[in-house]
Design a protein around this ligand. Sequence first.
Ligand code: ADP
Ligand code: MG
Length: 252
Amino acid sequence: MAEPVLDARGLTRRFGGLTACDSVALALERGQLHALLGPNGAGKSTLINLLSGDLKPTSGSIRFKGTEIAAMPPDRRSRLGIGRSYQKTNIFPAFTVFENARLAAQSRDPRPFALATDASRDPVSRDRALRGLELAGLHEHVERQAGALSHGEQRQLEIAMVLATEPEVLLLDEPLAGMGPEESTRMVGLLKRLASGHAILLVEHDMDAVFALADVITVMVNGQVLESGPPAQIRASANVQRAYLGHEDEHG
Ligand SMILES: Nc1ncnc2c1ncn2[C@@H]1O[C@H](COP(=O)(O)OP(=O)(O)O)[C@@H](O)[C@H]1O
Ligand SMILES: [Mg+2]
């Protein structure tokens, strides 16, 4: 087995008396799309927040290519190559598509004045932004105002913004949420293209999309990993059937 890019062990986060993430082990490898399933409240977003650094773990370890990062703030993790998108849309609607991507690209630059420099004087961020937009399929929309994009295009822009930071790991929290069938198909195609060059963790409720895309599926229930393995194993698991797959309409 290849060395994981991101390797979490015993990852635990408590909120008062509630253990939202309970001794979770999860490994992400380059070239793999790893899907995270579980009912509403299972701890999926908490796990993403722990891996991105938006939340600090109560205990446990997270290694990125061998380096312990569990205590590292999110901006440093982003600069190491861990990119994330949020469950709720997170763009600057008044800016153009390109400006959104360029600001994201510059966030990888540790210089504090970087955000103030204009695009023409920062060719590296400009190129990163354009590559991210190209990869995400938005190259024809660079001059549009982000707030005028369709919902699906805005979610594509969020992926482009993550890609503009040139991450090795992509943590994607429900990128298909609220999409129509056509937009979903486009996003599934995008995720498929991205999987070959990245290590991806995808939280998604759309079972058809998950089973079409995932190399590995981890199912969480009540903060714990119920089962983890290739799609065929998850589909056949009596545990998963009982705890989760039989109640698909309850997901949120
Ligand atoms: N910041 C927080 N403070 C207190 N409780 C939280 C917080 N974030 C999440 N929780 C709780 O942790 C549990 C897991 O939430 P979450 O990770 O958002 O689940 P999921 O993404 O799988 O729906 C839920 O019971 C939720 O209410
Ligand atoms: Mg969530």
